[in-house]
Design a protein around this ligand. Structure first.
Ligand code: GDP
Ligand code: MG
Length: 164
């Protein structure tokens, strides 16, 4: 069966935007309100000779950082359980956060393949310094992308399929 890739990360980092780009569908809900994706959504992706199932994750109740964190923990646990490769998506505009650090700790302990992807790098030259701080997560080289533009998605996909 096809490999499963799960996208996890804080509300509003661009998980659903990325999902929609890769699956060329409008299945997932993109909204300026953090946490608007209510369920796990599955899509099919083809890259070169590879096919995989992509899972978008989301949640409700964006107001409190405690709830965001507990939601992210559940997402990460589910992804560690079900996915072959985890895409941990972070946001260069908000920068590194405490909840990013805590989820990174869970991911490191899991020994699952993780691709650390930094989204919203709409200008690869001006925002390059902002990408470096994500080395502190201890998950290897951060891959800068812009799901919105889009930019650098091919490099990210190469990193993902390299783990199959
Ligand atoms: P999710 O909560 O992680 O699923 O995030 P969404 O995909 O719903 O996106 C949250 C917001 O970030 C929306 O306003 C998107 O348009 C915006 N966004 C997503 N990707 C990018 C990007 O690459 N660059 C910029 N500037 N904004 C983005
Ligand atoms: Mg979403």
């Amino acid at each position: 069966s096809k490999p499963i890739v799960a996208v996890i990360g804080r509300p509003n980092v661009g998980k659903s935007t990325l999902f929609n780009r890769l699956t060329k569908s409008k299945t997932s809900i993109v909204d300026d309100t953090p946490g608007v994706t209510r369920d796990r959504i599955y899509g099919e992706v083809e890259w070169l000779t590879h096919k995989f199932t992509l899972i978008d994750t989301g949640g409700i109740e964006p107001e409190s950082t405690d709830i965001i964190l507990s939601q992210m923990r559940r997402q990460a646990e589910a992804a560690i359980e079900a996915a072959d490769v985890i895409v941990f998506l972070v946001d260069v505009k908000t920068g590194l956060t405490d909840s990013d650090m805590q989820v990174a700790n869970m991911l490191r302990k899991s020994h699952k393949p993780v691709v650390l992807v930094v989204n919203k790098v709409d200008d690869m030259i001006k925002q390059v310094m902002g990408v470096y701080e994500f080395y502190n997560l201890g998950l290897g080289d951060p891959v800068p992308i812009s799901a919105g533009q889009p930019l650098n998605l091919g490099d990210m996909l190469d990193e993902i399929v390299a783990h199959f």
